[in-house]
Design a protein around this ligand. Structure first.
Ligand code: FCB
Length: 483
């Protein structure tokens, strides 16, 4: 474009992005002139996600018992900035303001988690009605604002009392989880239609019991670790059964797992098939056994004498039929090529210069939002799939003008959604998407410096300020398409 040329539509929109008013006009003009071909299926459920320990704060009120994260955060050196979830963003007291923020985005759904130690302060035994009452209030507030609640039963905050008995190394923890899940379903399923069982078994088992960077900070040898994995998937299966037994008829339930997603290095049928094969194998201990009711031969052979010990009925329980599969999708697993040699795929090394988002683990590969649901659909044919989390960290700074220019987050989301659109276009049954996260919050071992929210939180004052990405997501929801 020469200097004297009239501003192009592109130039106009770029400038307009800074003014919400003009941006809306521009979007309307775009809508009128160029009907988007990136529309998601009608009724697609757009939402945001959080978890109890990360946002609620109020760890000492209404009879809540301690969780393993309370303990872990107090151990020196565990959390990067030495922080904890005691106050966090005080969602426990500010949930009405936060629901209003969701409403202002136009969000249709909200995925939150229930804190087990609020409901059963010692993990089992006597239910604490005051703790459960918070979720009553939250659910009612959501429904009053036209937002559908999706509740996660376990987002890593195991009651400390159960860890003291052995945590996920103990088989009975799976039974305790089922009792807790059933009790919550009995109370909330008159208003909550959808429950996720456990969030990211892969993360909390491998990080918490394998490499020790998450609570409870253990580094178990292979046999004990494999047994803890088994108890986690068993808890999922027992939880599904308990919700069916005690929830209102028609209550839907499924996992929220961060499967490892192998990607074809490039898209030819042989590599695509190899990526699918690799995805099945790489998730042998989690989603694969949950969907197929058996551990793969390669998984068991790899463990040898360290393979998990279990009785006949376990695999059937673990594979209890689910209503949907929730997948948390952020970063790619390995890129693969097909191979003549066993196991049929070759895992490629990462070049040093491969780009990542603000978190080093968050390698950038938006096509993982296409391949993840597609692999799941082809491998296991679930009726419904949800993207139960997707989003990115950014080194968000509140600008002098009071804004947060998180253009890297917009770039990430836009590309991920475009790839997800391809999946829906091809008939992969993705029904909804939960953006992580509504608010900046306590990012586990990274503490508060790593921000994932659409809404910036000033941790000193608790002031919430929508970032540029909030305006972007609002537009996505309104258009039902990437913006
Ligand atoms: C996922 C977790 C979630 C949050 C995001 C960034 O692994 O489920 O709690 O920490 O990562």
């Amino acid at each position: 474009m020469t200097k004297s040329a009239p501003p192009t539509r592109r130039g106009f929109i770029a400038a307009a992005a800074l003014s919400p008013l003009i941006a809306t006009e521009a979007a309307a003009q775009l809508r009128a002139d160029e009907p988007s071909d990136l529309s998601f299926p009608k009724g697609f459920r757009w939402g945001t996600a959080t978890s109890a320990y990360q946002v609620e704060g109020a760890t000492n009120v209404d009879g809540r018992g301690p969780s393993i994260w309370d303990t872990f955060c107090r151990e020196p050196g565990r959390i990067r900035d030495g922080s904890n979830g005691d106050v966090s963003v005080d969602h426990y007291h500010r949930y009405k303001e936060d629901v209003a923020l969701m409403k202002s985005l136009g969000a249709k759904t909200y995925r939150f988690s229930i804190a087990w130690p609020r409901v059963f302060p010692a993990g089992r035994g006597k239910l604490n009605p005051d703790g459960l009452a918070f979720y009553d209030r939250l659910v009612d507030e959501l429904l009053a604002n036209g937002i559908e609640p999706f509740a996660t039963l376990y987002h890593w905050d195991l009651p400390q009392a159960l860890q003291d008995k052995g945590g996920w190394e103990r088989r009975d923890t799976a039974l305790d989880f089922a009792d807790y899940a059933g009790a919550v379903a009995a109370k909330l399923s008159d208003r909550v239609n959808n429950f996720f069982t456990l969030n990211e078994m892969l993360s909390f088992v491998e990080h918490g019991y394998g490499i020790g960077i998450f609570a409870p900070g253990l580094k178990l040898p292979p046999g004990r670790l494999a047994q803890a994995r088994h108890h986690a998937v068993l808890a999922h299966g027992l939880g599904v059964q308990a919700i069916r037994a005690r929830g209102r008829a028609g209550t839907k339930v499924g996992p929220a797992e961060n499967l490892t997603v192998a990607l074809p290095a490039f898209e030819i049928p042989a590599h695509v098939q190899a990526a699918e094969l690799a995805t099945r194998e790489l998730n042998a201990a989690y989603l694969t056994v949950m969907m197929e009711g058996r551990y793969t031969d390669a998984y068991l052979a790899g463990l040898g004498a360290d393979a998990p010990k279990f009785g006949d009925g376990d695999l059937k329980i673990i594979a209890s039929p689910v209503d949907f599969v929730g997948i948390n999708v952020y970063a790619p697993g390995p890129y693969v090529l097909s191979s003549e040699a066993a196991p049929g795929y070759e895992v490629l090394k990462w070049p040093k210069s491969y780009p990542h988002m603000a978190s080093t683990w968050l390698r950038l590969a938006p096509e993982v939002l296409y391949w993840a649901p597609r692999h799941v659909a082809r491998l296991w044919k679930p009726k419904d799939i949800y993207i139960s989390e997707n989003g990115t960290s950014s080194k968000d700074k509140l600008d002098k003008d009071g804004r947060v220019y998180d253009l890297d987050r917009l770039m990430y989301l836009r590309n991920c959604l475009t790839q997800l659109h391809r999946a829906t276009q091809e008939g992969v049954p993705v029904r909804g998407y939960f953006l992580w996260s509504l608010l900046d919050n306590f990012e586990w071992a990274d503490g508060y410096a790593t921000r994932f929210g659409l809404i910036h939180v000033d941790y000193a004052t608790q002031k919430r300020r929508p970032k540029l990405s909030a305006a972007f997501y609002k537009e996505v929801i309104a258009r039902n398409a990437p913006a």
